[in-house]
Design a binder for this molecule. Sequence first.
Ligand code: SAM
Length: 280
Amino acid sequence: MTEQTLYVVATPIGNLGDMVPRAVEILQTVDVIAAEDTRHSARLLDHFHITTPLVAYHDHTDERQVEALISRIKGGESMGLISDAGTPLVSDPGYRLVRRARQEGIRVVPVPGACAMIAALSASGLPSDRFSFEGFLPPKSGQRINRLQPLVSEERTLIFYEAPHRIQDCLTDMATIFGADREAVLAREITKTFETIRGGSLQELGEFVASDPNQRKGEMVVMVRGKPKPAQDQGLDAEAERIMTILLKDLSVKQASQLGAEITGLKKKALYQWALDQNN
Ligand code: SAM
């Protein structure tokens, strides 16, 4: 095992079969493992006959503790960093430790494995060429809406983590902000016995979750398709076309595109081009 190295090690998100052999080997041989919850991780380590000592690490731990861990590595130890499940730092502790380690010139080595958002996206059937991971939304509806509002025109697929007792309200707020028809996928209990990956409109998903209490249990990822792009050469979406058609009855192309842009939030240039195309 390389000395003075911090290994960022992913662990399973429910199915122990997803523990990668390299993760086991590294965790068996490092000098110490920094874990989000030592009691929780002890069970995982037990299963893989890993007897390496554990030390607690959380991003809220005070500065001295972070520095103590950094000193251990600089003193020659190798350290593994794990969280309760999945990839550390992804809605999990690790950021401060990794950042400090890199500032100190310590080698940081990723040991990739399970990650709920990537697993969910890979099976969602939603566009995966560009996406935005948004982590957890605030628990209260007002704050949640404030976080969702700026995402309304986002074209990339949006990925959220959500707690089971909030899923219903969350889907309701999403339907309000993104529109009830916006396509979405709910991925629940990935890699576990009751794994369910369900797609539909936000309204349909809300009804699905409301109709079955089991769908409000366990761990879940919500993915929302980005706003469809009004490709200039493919015309506008139906609503924008309707608005522009009305405006063009009484206004010049320039005026209609100006006003149309204000109403729809679309680019004036795209509306202008569309209006010109109608006359050709
Ligand atoms: N670091 C983890 C990762 O790599 O995915 C995420 C940790 S975060 C504290 C926990 C959240 O991840 C859960 O509330 C849920 O939204 C999501 N999650 C974790 N495991 C999951 C699973 N098996 N199925 C669906 N979502 C899961």
